[in-house]
Design a protein around this ligand. Structure first.
Ligand code: NIG
Ligand code: FE
Length: 400
């Protein structure tokens, strides 16, 4: 006997290599997990409750595996500066960019950050997101980094979504450490990271390894501290130049390296050998008008797994839509529909080190997204609009 069964639906299970399609399928849940999935005609038993999906498509709940959605203020004024000709990098070097969000985030209370983050998270959830990763990185001091992570945890406790937190204290050099970047990296490794890990506030550690941020050596120092704390690592790598970030991430067995517009073939091959996921962020590429594209052909040839995420942040990707990222991933990066949809489900789960979700398969969490569409390609095809008609989180139908 199942707790609940969804009938009269088509399924994109993400089982196997492609979308794992099942026309006229059924999904059954018990105890918050998927108990059975397959063609409706083969459904083995009765359920306490039946949901008629009226021909909708069911996907695993979407996973946005790279966001910075807890922050103070916004950067709309900087957007206007960029429209007048300034580049993202020039603004950052002049003390704007990430540091302007740091000022606004430090000035905001925990409750104010929570209130500002809620509608951003709600926008993602409304499209079918059931798991979201949230990074710190706009505090750059112990107190504010922990505050950001606490807000992320509170979002996960109070909204119908799983939140995974990532400490990104090595995101920029804070003003107190101006001219002392290596000292700040040591401070992250020796003070902020152990405190966040000790408080159970971080599920992973990330860094911004780039000519305008931290060197390979400084990043390695932070990764060593993560390893000592038993936390997996991720990396903002090779976004603005080929800096060797992909290879460094691979050397530390990173869950993922993200951005990768300038990653070399050797870096890509190293990631594939290490099993690291490539997280593609077309929103950032689009919004900062980066002309270089990640080398998708090399990634495919190396057998690298590709995820897609919003990178939701105030500076380089104010993207409140993961569905829009599917479209951008396909149009800008020429991903196939199957690559894009796997990139926000099964591969996104891998980028977060989560084996219990991302596919429709017995034993996994019953996190579902229901869409009123004729075929899965529509999720990548429309620019705007929202065909999501329901979400299920841990077997419970969410009333939105
Ligand atoms: O993922 N690359 C660094 N971090 C963010 C941008 C943060 C910001 O500009 O506020 C990113 O693109
Ligand atoms: Fe990012």
């Amino acid at each position: 006997m199942f707790d609940r069964v969804w009938l009269n639906a088509h399924l994109a299970t993400m089982q196997g290599e492609g979308l794992g399609l099942v026309e006229d399928g059924a999904v059954a849940a018990r105890g918050g997990r998927i108990a059975w999935v397959g063609p409706r005609a083969a459904l083995p038993g009765p359920a306490a409750e039946t949901v008629d999906c009226a021909g909708a498509w069911i996907l695993p709940g979407l996973i946005d595996c790279h966001t910075h959605l807890v922050f103070g203020g916004d950067r709309a004024a900087e957007f206007e500066q960029r429209l007048e000709g300034a580049s993202y990098e020039e603004i950052a070097r002049a003390g704007g960019g990430i540091l302007s969000t740091v000022r606004a985030t430090r000035a905001a209370s925990e409750d104010a950050l929570l209130a500002a983050a809620r509608p951003r998270l709600a926008a993602l959830m409304a499209e079918g997101v059931t798991t979201v990763e949230i990074k710190s990185g706009y505090g750059l001091d112990l107190e504010t980094e922990l505050r950001q992570l606490r807000v992320a945890r509170r979002l996960g406790e109070t909204a119908a979504v799983s939140v995974r937190t990532t400490l990104l204290a090595a995101h920029a050099v804070p003003p107190e450490f101006a001219g002392r970047r290596a000292d700040y990296a040591r401070h992250v490794a020796e003070v902020i990271l152990p405190a966040a890990a000790g408080a159970g506030l971080a599920d992973a550690v990330d860094a911004f390894c780039e000519r305008i941020a931290f060197t390979l050596e400084e990043t390695a120092l932070v990764f060593e501290a993560a390893r000592a704390a038993g936390l997996p690592v991720k990396l903002h790598a090779d976004q603005l130049c080929d800096f060797g970030g992909a290879a460094l991430a691979a050397r530390y067995g990173a869950l993922s390296a993200d951005h990768l517009e300038y990653a070399s073939t050797a870096g890509i091959a190293a990631m594939a050998r290490a099993g690291s996921v490539a997280v593609l962020l077309p929103g950032a590429c689009y919004f900062i008008r980066e002309e270089r594209r990640p080398d998708i052909a090399a990634m495919r040839a190396a057998g690298l797994r590709l995820a897609l995420a919003s990178d939701l942040n105030p500076g380089s990707s104010p993207a409140l839509s993961l569905l829009l990222m599917l479209n951008l991933g396909c149009t800008l990066f020429r991903l196939t529909v199957a690559e894009a949809l796997r990139g926000v489900t099964v591969v996104a789960a891998a980028a977060l080190g989560l084996a219990d979700r991302g596919r429709l398969a017995p034993g996994l969490r019953c996190d579902l997204a229901l869409y009123r569409i004729a075929r899965p390609a529509e999720l990548c095809y429309w620019i705007g609009g929202n065909p999501c008609i329901g979400r299920v989180v841990g077997g419970h139908v969410v009333e939105e």
